[in-house]
Design a binder for this molecule. Structure first.
Ligand code: UGA
Length: 449
């Protein structure tokens, strides 16, 4: 094995062997589907595998299992080029695969990442592979697991087969996943074996952004550090907004003043109801817990988490300030997804908010352009409305939870007529507050009024 000298950051490492023609992708969630489709659209034969028959049947009919802007077209394009195949059969997926991407979920389990899906995908892949290959960990996996991974590979692979392990974390944001894949800010590749790393690098031939080569642990840490830093920025700005609220300042101006310093930047400084999703909340927790297991500490992230959970209560306090008691009051929530342009409700602050409001005796009605089917499954004590106007009929207050464009463009005159009391709590500082105030709404945002 030719060992890499790392960390090395350059795009100069180029694979000079035969072109990689066939890859397999295990797992067809966000990461797997977008990754597989990307490589297929860039000339590689891709077989995506999932153990769910139902999912594969739908994918073969061109139906993505979740809402992601542009993904249906992106998938159709690859299918039409005959570069993309979906299957539940490991033998079919691995037959010619030179590189296998593991893209299965690593959901939270008691604060850790649950590695059981990775383990079973790795085992099945190793058991079936009868030729040399590179296995790439693309799902977010904790650091400190290299020896465990190597053991799983060693214990399950065929004797005469050489398998190399490479880590290539994903940096896709839901809602902009295709753009993030097509124009990534960076590609991170961690691995020990030079040829294996170079093979993976060669798949990113159309990428012009920096490619960072490093060791496996650093690659995993880059992913955790990135998400944790973004989460820290958000909790920082939410705390700042809460202080501005108490002092009567305006956080929008404060952020502008801070963000223009290029050392700080203005991104991920949008105050709001708190961050959610399947990544930031889970990753900060897994980061500090895994650090502790390795006799290290990342206590700042515990505070980031606490601030985030409390941020939903800020909305309840604002409603109480404006309405007095919430008992029997009808509160309309616009948006249920954890952010706009997705139907994902995992760790959505909307769910926390519903529970807090119900505890206060409020009647909650929610709506969302895409996320209602998923949100209904939570079985919370609330009603659902087909659209914003229906939700707002007779409402004592509106809370903007998710910044869907359709809510910005509502007919606000009509909204005012529909509501029992024109109270707006803008949980994302998203609405046109000048317009709303001029129409007579009682508006409050987060750190801005
Ligand atoms: C996040 C990262 O942004 C991706 O780079 C990463 O690849 C992904 O996790 C992952 O680990 O798979 P995502 O979970 O899709 O992506 O969501 P973000 O767009 O980062 O938003 C996370 C949460 O923060 C949302 O609830 C959003 O509303 C909130 N947010 C974001 C704020 O409250 N303020 C901001 O300024 C930005």
């Amino acid at each position: 094995m030719n060992k890499m000298n790392y960390p090395s950051e350059s795009s100069s490492v180029r694979y000079s062997g035969p072109r990689i023609k066939n890859i397999a992708v295990v797992g067809t969630g966000y990461v797997g589907l977008v990754t597989g489709t990307y490589f297929a659209n860039h000339g590689i034969n891709v077989i995506c595998l999932d153990i769910s028959e139902e999912r594969i049947t739908k994918l073969n009919q061109g139906q993505a299992p979740f809402f992601e802007p542009g993904l249906d077209e992106y998938t159709h394009k690859a299918l039409n080029k005959n570069k993309l195949t979906f299957t539940t059969d490991y033998d079919q997926a691995l037959k010619e695969a030179e590189i296998v991407f593991i893209c299965v979920g690593t959901p939270p389990k008691n604060g850790d990442a649950d590695m059981s899906f990775v383990e079973s995908a790795l085992k099945s892949t190793c058991e079936k592979l009868d030729h040399d290959a590179v296995i790439v960990g693309k799902s977010t996996m904790p650091f400190g697991i290299l020896s465990w991974v190597l053991d799983v590979i060693k214990d399950n692979k065929k004797d005469n087969v050489k398998i190399d392990w490479v880590v290539n974390p994903e940096f896709l944001s839901e809602g902009t996943a295709i753009l993030d894949m097509e124009s990534p800010s960076r590609v991170v590749i961690g691995g020990e074996d030079e040829e294996a790393v170079e093979k993976v690098v060669s798949l990113y031939k159309d990428v012009t952004s920096p490619i960072i080569h490093t060791d496996v642990e650093s690659a995993a840490l880059i992913k955790y550090a990135s998400n944790s830093f973004l989460a820290t920025k958000i909790s920082f700005v939410n705390s700042l907004a809460n202080v501005a609220d108490k002092l009567g300042g305006d956080v929008t101006d404060i952020i502008k003043g801070m963000g223009l310093d290029p050392r700080i930047g203005s991104r991920y400084l949008r105050p709001g109801i708190g961050f959610g999703g399947s990544c930031l909340p889970k990753d900060i927790q897994a980061f500090y817990k895994t650090a502790e297991k390795h006799d290290s500490h990342f206590d700042i992230l515990k505070v980031v988490e606490e601030i985030n959970l409390n941020q939903t209560k800020v909305i309840v306090e604002k409603l109480k300030d404006l309405l007095g008691t919430l008992k029997g009051k009808k509160i309309a929530l616009l948006g249920l997804a954890f952010k706009q342009d997705t139907d994902d409700i995992r760790e959505s602050p909307a769910a926390r908010l519903v529970n807090f409001l119900v505890d206060e005796g409020a009647v909650v009605v929610g709506t969302d352009p895409e996320a209602m089917p998923n949100f209904r499954k939570l079985n919370l004590e609330m009603q659902f409305a087909d659209d914003a106007y229906q939700a707002l009929k007779g409402a004592d207050a509106l809370v903007l939870v998710t910044e869907w464009e359709v809510y910005f463009n509502l007919d606000w005159k009509k909204v005012k007529e529909l509501m029992a009391d024109p109270v707006v709590v803008d949980g994302r500082n998203f609405l046109d507050k000048a317009q709303l105030k001029s129409l007579g709404f009682k508006y409050t945002g987060i750190g801005t009024r």
